[in-house]
Unconditional design. Sequence first.
Lengths: 222, 79
Amino acid sequence: MNSAVIVFPGSNCDRDLAVALEQVTGRKPAMVWHKDGELPDGIDFIGVPGGFSYGDYLRSGAMAARSPVMSAVKDAAARGVPVIGICNGFQVLTEAGLLPGALMRNAGLSFVCRPVPLRVENSQTLFTAQYNAGEEITLPVAHHDGNYQADEATLDRLEGEGRVAFRYLDEVNGSARSIAGILNDAGNVLGLMPHPERVIEAAHGGTDGRRLFEGLLETVAP
Amino acid sequence: MKARVFITLKNGVLDPQGKAIHHALEGLGFAGVNDVRAGKMIELDLANGTSDGDIEDMCRKLLANTVIENFRIERLENA
């Protein structure tokens, strides 16, 4: 599996994501600078990493979502290439219109940084094939703007179509219906606030994130 | 020519920041504040002849997230 990691000014989880992808796939991902208008040929997977792109100015992810590389990411997503947006990457994907809704300031106004329990709501996706439906896992979060909001009709559609991939089991940030991660309607774009790339080996204190990448590898390049 | 863009949260969208400001005002003893909503104002210095349509485009494409925000444009003709 050939992957690409998009790098914006202010990204800070790009290297963690690259390490996770290299460990699981055996290949170094291409690190693609945001000003590049194109992705390398033959990319099977795109990761939009966490961080504070453009210093979170204006709105989290707003400027990054309009950077040149995002046109190429949108084209690839439309062709069915799997795309994951983690934390700031989730914010970028909503701002880019690849995922519905918006991520607002945490309801408690504080930056939240801790491992949180989650439920895998849908195990029949490109990204969750190695989890069991309803399984409880623990992933770390580290964000200030993780409060997922969308109108009621959008939330109902996400629930009805099995597009809520992960849900918080505790109160974390005020997200509507405790949503931690969602899919686009085609199922090939996932955005989530928790960081699977930070828990891929025992030394990290957990390995619950590793199966996301292993499942992806299995479904994308069996 | 200058224009000001006022960006506000849509009705019904929770505003944790506004709530915190409200709480702080009450803490200072200001009674009778029913609600607080926080937004932002962006001042643009524009070439003469920039059309309303261009400014609206800027708002829709970047300045406001129309999923959660409304915007209002105010031109300052003599600025």
